[in-house]
Design a protein around this ligand. Sequence first.
Ligand code: ADP
Length: 401
Amino acid sequence: MKVLVINCGSSSLKYQLIDSQSEEVLAKGLCERIGIEGSSVTHQKAGEGKKTEAVLMKDHTDAVKVVIEKLTDPAEGVIASLKEIDAVGHRIVHGGEKFKGSVVIDDSVLEAIAECNDLAPLHNPANLIGINSCKEIMPDVPMVAVFDTAFHQTMPEKAFMYAVPYKYYEKFGVRKYGFHGTSHRYVSEKMADLMGRKKEELKLITCHIGNGSSITAVKGGKVIDTTMGLTPLGGFMMGTRSGSLDPSVITFIAEKEHLTPEEMSKILNKESGLLGISGVSSDDRDVCAAEADGNMRAHLAHEMLYYQIAKYIGSYYVALGGCDGIVFTAGIGENQPMLREKVCDYLECLGVKLDKEFNKQATCGVTGTLSTPDSAIRVELIATDEEMVIARDTRAIVEAL
Ligand code: ADP
């Protein structure tokens, strides 16, 4: 069964065509800077090099069209026609409390996803556009939704409730949901495999550090706490998102600047985080370059980020009652050795010992154990593979139809 996996981010669209029996990735690619000047598509047919091409993509609908063109292109493509796509698996950011696992997409699922738009304004609308564009082009192909929130549905009430009047949970579902669940699920299961242990007996902390970032505490294979909250804005600072704050910061700034909730939300979602502090960029590569040039605000942005990550790991160590393994993953977690070194410096008090030489080399596809053999906690770099989880779930659900 050939599964097309679509992962629409805020300004990116990742795609993979996967043979779900052999788990072979036939082709994959990334549309970047969607809706931003300088958009491009990078396409890679299995066994061949990546090719990047500048293509104007004003929105995600344009991006889906570009993906289909690439997959069926006589030279760069891997299928003769759309008929070879047996199913589409979509990464959906917010499934609320309704979705505890993956589901086949029908009209009621589309409605339920749209009901969560308010909760993930940067993502769910883009995810829905991805689904609708695929439906337009492939109306008879079954589609499956795999939710970022689903893995976190095991959190106990004491972890997911906010101390605001209980009626807001009852009326509007105001609670912590958590995101990046597919990634945390993949790397926590992979970590158990690498450790040669059953997931049921492990206490793990998984750090997904990318444009959007979250950290999750996984006990016995089940999430007990995670940093992101009602929306992907919660937790620690990200590319453009503030992470959690003293709530008064929000009302204070809004009052001083006479801002509407929408304007305030835009500041917190799009103008904060690494971008807001450094004033340079939301992309960590740019912040690294500025810091190397002596930019003190870029340096401060990094110092804040490392400190916040370390504090969450410390608090999850307590929540879990110890920790067997820490995983770093995603764009920054996989590629920024300085972040891992600085975070692990803070964790020395927990007995973490980093192999600093290997850590420096572990970038651009190099993965492995970052800690020394005598470290009290094993620290691992695992490349996340949300697409493979989506392909596996899609195949299982479509085969059972
Ligand atoms: P998203 O949340 O959009 O999926 P990613 O996981 O792709 O984000 O992470 C994007 C972040 O990873 C960006 O800040 C980018 O700068 C960073 N990143 C990607 N590759 C590298 C690299 N080689 N070195 C440093 N940072 C990198």
